[in-house]
Design a protein. Structure first.
Length: 217
């Protein structure tokens, strides 16, 4: 199984529960960090920049709800899945303003947990933080998701279907590093060499470095 290249932060003060979450999610995700209280959670959030946070509300030092509030002061992109032992209407109202991905009641079974993470990944993939179909890549390049059109200033850059799939996937996942295995699967490339040739051809069409190859991945 190819692990998905997302950074996951698990915040849970109960050691056994946290260890179970880590053990299960490690089967699907490469980078997993864990915190047993709110202070450590915020420290790891700042250091590791996770894509998805699994956050228990009832944690010491700084409560889970305050952790979520602190993150949302400057960050609406990180996906937050919360865990609680009680269904509280007052919290559900605040959850709307905090833009939480999912609200799970404990104890959580593996299916519900996996489904919640799939929802979070779909939210990332839908590029829901982009308010316009036309995305400004830099000062010279724009990409129109509706028209499937890459432009350099106002001139159309002719790209192939696979180059378009490659570019769209990178734009939708621009906050993280995408692995070769992941890209091969997403664009239906036949091999590593095929992907490398695609990247090489694509770069020749561009005036500047829109994406960077990291050899270790």
């Amino acid at each position: 199984m190819i692990k998905k290249q997302y950074r996951i932060l698990i915040v849970e003060d109960e050691d056994s529960a946290r260890e179970n979450f880590v053990s299960y999610l490690s089967m699907f995700y490469d980078e997993i960090y864990e915190a047993k209280n709110g202070e450590i959670a915020l420290q790891l959030y700042k250091e590791k920049k996770p894509d998805i946070i699994l956050l228990d509300l009832n944690i010491p030092k700084i409560g889970g709800l305050d952790v979520a509030r602190s993150i949302r002061e400057n960050d609406i992109n990180t996906k937050i899945i919360v865990l609680t032992a009680h269904s509280e209407k007052s919290f559900l109202l605040e959850a709307i303003s905090l833009k939480l991905t999912k609200y799970l009641l404990k104890p959580v079974n593996r299916k519900d947990l996996k489904d919640a993470f799939e929802i979070a990944i779909n939210e990332i993939g839908r590029f829901d933080i982009v308010s316009s179909e036309v995305f400004k890549i830099d000062e010279r390049y724009t990409y129109d998701f509706a028209a499937k059109c890459l432009k350099y200033k106002e001139n159309i850059v002719e790209i192939t279907a696979k180059e378009r799939m490659f570019l769209e996937y990178l734009l939708k996942n621009r906050t993280r590093v995408c692995s070769y295995d992941e890209l091969i699967e997403e664009i239906n490339s036949s091999s590593y060499d095929g992907l490398k040739n695609l990247v090489k051809r694509f770069k020749k069409k561009l005036e500047n470095e829109l994406f960077t190859n990291i050899a270790s991945l």
